[in-house]
Design a protein around this ligand. Structure first.
Ligand code: LLP
Length: 431
């Protein structure tokens, strides 16, 4: 089902490199990203818009995985960047990312975050709530500056996805609701502020989406509003940002569309709406996170203890788990894996892959068929490029894992493994 590359030693390879050798060179747990794969995904989006000859910005949602090296790759591919915090913005600054292609998100942006965005003259702030409008106005006044913004609206579209990651629902902490006129009130408030230019509208309907209908419904709903705004305020929407959420394959159950199909469907729907209301065609922005990096990485673990409960289950434990990938514990997310040093062997038993943290819920995979394993075998878990390292924690005081980029037969360490000194670096003696 899943296709992966195996070399003559029977070892799993990624980007042409032997994962077993990488695990020996860098230790485990180790994230290995195939940079070429990220570039191909980025180019698929770029090409999809180019094919329709429409103006677009593809903003990598860096919450999926932010590091200086990753931001460099996004820059090289001509992407824009979606940041949701001062930490992600700081990372982008350190990486030398062009500030005019940065968009700042967040449902509770602090004054410090807004100040940093204004000082750096980032491309735009996505306005989420009324309090933020006050803060931004204050900062712009103090700094005698200006800012372009989008208005984040909640169109009340429910995407078919896991509840925990639904963000486009009407009962949402994000954005201005469309149905109760809060969005229109936000527009009228913003239009009165000279230092602010409203470029358009933003919405994000959810994550890990496998159909285009949610996006189409959202576009329809937004255009009713955009048309009202045109008629009531002569307001022109130059930018329509439809967020991210394009699904990826974790297991065989997941059936993502080719990336260009989401773009094709969006452009088709927007074209219809624009024609219907006789409006001008907007610049389209999207914010893919998972779909750019999710399938581009594997995590390598070393197998340690093995516990068999006859007729119940066989647990094989690895040297990481919820501290480097909390998704199974948090969302019941499913993953596939192979034994990297036995990648040419067919499975002979059903096992459960347990993490190392002191918590029964720290299970990476409940059911998987693997060849018989022993301690020191290397387990490779697929599709861990998004929301794994970025959601890592120090639970049990495990140091965070290392990250390696591979491309064209080369491997490069891009995030160092933490040391125990790193783990206690902010601790102070009580005296
Ligand atoms: N834009 C906005 C406004 C978002 O809230 C998100 C994700 C994205 C873009 C990127 O969505 P993507 O293309 O990556 O689906 N931790 C969860 C996912 C949370 C997504 C939050 N927002 C998980 O591991 O599944």
């Amino acid at each position: 089902e899943r296709s992966y590359q195996v070399n003559q030693q029977g070892h799993l390879t990624i980007g042409g490199l032997d994962t077993v050798k990488l695990s020996q060179k860098y230790g485990t747990p180790l994230f290995v990203y195939d940079v070429n794969h990220i570039r191909q995904n980025a180019r698929a989006f770029v090409e999809a818009f180019r094919a329709h000859n429409v103006k677009a910005q593809i903003a990598y949602a860096s919450k999926a995985f932010s590091s200086i090296a990753m931001v460099q790759v996004a820059k090289q591919e001509g992407l824009s960047l979606d940041v949701v915090s001062q930490g992600e913005l700081y990372t982008a600054i350190q990486a030398g990312f062009p500030m005019e292609r940065i968009h700042l998100h967040g449902n509770n942006k602090s004054k410090e975050e807004i100040e940093m965005a204004v000082e750096q003259q980032i491309g735009c702030i996505v306005i989420d709530n009324f309090y933020e409008i006050e803060l931004l106005q204050q900062v712009l006044q103090e700094k005698q500056s200006t800012m372009d913004v989008l208005i984040r609206v909640t169109p009340g579209i429910e995407a078919h996805t896991h509840n925990y990651i639904l963000t486009g629902h009407e009962d949402s902490k994000f954005g201005f609701n469309v149905n109760n006129h809060q969005a229109t009130e936000a527009l009228t408030t913003l239009l009165k502020i000279d230092r602010i230019t409203v470029k358009g509208v933003h919405c994000h309907i959810g994550s890990q989406i496998f159909e285009t209908d949610g996006f189409e419904m959202a576009v329809q709903r937004l255009y009713q509003m955009i048309n009202e705004w045109k008629n009531s305020f002569q307001f022109e929407t130059d930018v329509l940002n439809v967020g991210g959420g394009f699904g990826i394959r974790y297991t065989a159950e997941d059936k993502p569309l080719p990336l260009h199909e989401y773009v094709d469907a969006l452009i088709k729907e927007i074209t219809q709406q624009v024609d219907h209301y006789q409006l001008t065609f907007p610049e389209i922005w999207i914010e893919p996170g998972r779909s750019l990096v999710g399938e581009s990485a594997v995590t390598l673990y070393k197998i340690g203890s093995i516990k068999e409960i006859p007729e119940v289950r066989k647990y094989i434990s690895v040297d990481g788990g919820m501290t480097d990938n909390i998704r199974p514990a948090l969302y019941e997310a499913k993953y596939e894996a192979v034994v990297a040093n036995k990648a040419n062997q067919s499975p002979d038993e059903k096992v459960a892959v347990a993490g190392k943290a002191c918590e029964s819920g720290d299970m990476l995979i409940w059911d998987i068929d693997l060849p018989k394993v022993k301690n020191d075998d290397i387990l490779a878990v697929f599709s861990t490029g998004a929301y794994s390292y970025s959601m890592a924690s120090h639970y049990n005081r495990f140091p965070k894992a290392a990250i390696v980029f591979v491309e064209d037969g080369h491997d490069a360490l891009v995030v160092k493994r933490e040391t125990y000194e790193d783990v206690v670096q902010n601790d102070l003696f009580y005296e």
